[in-house]
Design a protein around this ligand. Structure first.
Ligand code: PLP
Ligand code: SF4
Length: 393
């Protein structure tokens, strides 16, 4: 369905906003000011289905509606099933709450060291620095606090969080997230990265951000300078569908890379978006072309009102089986379930080990053929020695 990953097929340009001055279009502040945040904005450009109309009415009580003009251009407005549309345009189905669904699906509230700092794994922590994003993903795990539609009233206290990190020498890895950290001003980001860099036991700093995807214009020379100054800082972007790989995203990834930022990608497996091996293969191939290493593929968390976007877990396993061995190893993400209730990420893999007997492992390769390997490297007693060479006089 998406066989062509050659960059000449990637979307580029101003689309619906071709009348806007290029200098405005390329200015991230213009993009933010002109976000589509109300149902009337959407209706101006497209026909909404009744399902979407209902979703937009409900969004203000759940997770706000916001889409940047840049990202809105990627929607196929003629196709009610468009995979971009499903990610950002609310649907009435968000109102249906299944019994297994939760407001805090991965149990973050129970692992808060201080407000806004989740300390689940001993050596690393998740530092939530804001509750706003450039656009809102309808399946967001942190819908409870992101966009503040549910009145969570998130007020990160950076000093408390930094103090917590400073006084916990076991924390060697800090992950900035939110909300989207790259929406902070350059000044705040510079300050937070500077403070973290000054903590001797913090070896590894990374950011989770969908800004390159929603608002690639935000990756400015000033931001590049901040990453050069405090680097290495790693960034995980969040791309779900090959259509999101545009020339603009390519450029943003290139600017980040040239500023010394290693890039990974986290995708969420979503029904009707990317629950298809051919689409996922196309996505990971495009990511590699943009210098982005696929990192995780997440099973969609049990967030309230997400049943219409969740897939059978076996779908994810099947997709990984279709990738591993069939394409570049670098292109294959790790499929994980973030265990409900706070268990952390659990890797879910296709089974390649058929059996482990007393002395060997019986395995299947990517084509399903059986191979064997001894459990221990060698068994000296059983090895037949080659006859010694005659000593030449
Ligand atoms: C995902 C996550 C991390 C980082 O996990 P990695 O597997 O190292 O990428 C850290 N803390 C929390 C709470 C997380 O959810
Ligand atoms: S960008 Fe991330 S934090 Fe923001 S709405 Fe999407 S998933 Fe949630």
């Amino acid at each position: 369905m998406y066989p062509l990953d050659d960059r000449k097929n990637w979307f580029s340009g101003q689309g619906l906003w071709s009348e806007v001055a290029a200098s405005d279009w390329q200015d991230y502040r213009w993009q933010l000011r002109n976000r589509l945040t109300r149902v009337e904005h959407l209706r101006e450009y497209m026909d909404l289905t009744p399902e979407e109309e209902a979703g937009c009415d409900f969004a203000n009580n759940k997770l706000a509606l916001a889409i940047t003009p840049y990202f809105f251009n990627l929607i196929d407005r003629e196709d009610p099933h468009c995979p971009i549309r499903r990610q950002v345009i609310p649907r009435g189905e968000e109102m249906h709450v299944a019994p297994e669904e939760l407001l805090d699906p991965v149990g973050e509230e129970g692992s808060m060291g201080v407000d806004g700092l989740v300390h689940r794994y001993p050596d690393r922590c998740l530092f939530l620095v804001t509750n706003v994003c450039a656009a809102y993903c309808r399946y967001c795990t942190r819908s409870r606090l992101v966009s503040n539609a549910q009145g969570y009233d998130f007020h990160p206290n950076y000093e408390n969080a930094l103090k917590y990190i400073e006084t916990h020498p076991q924390i060697r890895d800090v992950l900035l997230s939110g909300g989207d950290p790259l929406l902070l001003s350059d000044k705040k980001l510079d300050y937070i990265l500077g403070r973290l860099r000054a903590i001797p036991h913090v070896e590894f700093i990374r950011i989770g951000s969908r800004i390159p995807v929603f608002l690639p214009q935000r990756i400015t020379p000033q931001l590049q300078e901040i990453f050069r100054k405090h680097g290495p800082v790693w960034i995980s972007i969040h791309v779900n569908h090959p259509r999101e790989c545009t020339e603009e995203l390519y450029g943003a990834c290139e600017r980040l890379s040239f500023a010394g930022v290693p890039l990974g990608n986290q995708s969420v497996l979503l029904k009707g978006v990317n629950d298809d091996a051919a689409i996922m293969r196309s996505l990971v191939h495009r990511l590699l072309q943009m210098r982005v290493r696929p990192y995780y593929l997440y099973q969609c968390d049990l967030i309230t009102g997400s049943a219409h976007l969740r897939t059978d877990v076996r779908k994810g396993i099947e997709i990984i089986r279709d990738l591993r061995g069939h394409t570049t190893g670098y292109a294959v993400p790790q499929f994980v379930i973030d265990a409900p209730g706070g268990g952390g990420k659990v890797p879910i893999n296709p089974e390649y080990v058929k059996e482990i007997t007393e002395d060997e492992v019986i395995m299947r390769n990517f084509e399903g053929e059986e191979y064997r390997y001894p459990l221990k490297g060698s068994r000296p007693a059983e090895v037949e020695r080659e006859p010694a060479l005659p000593v030449l006089a």
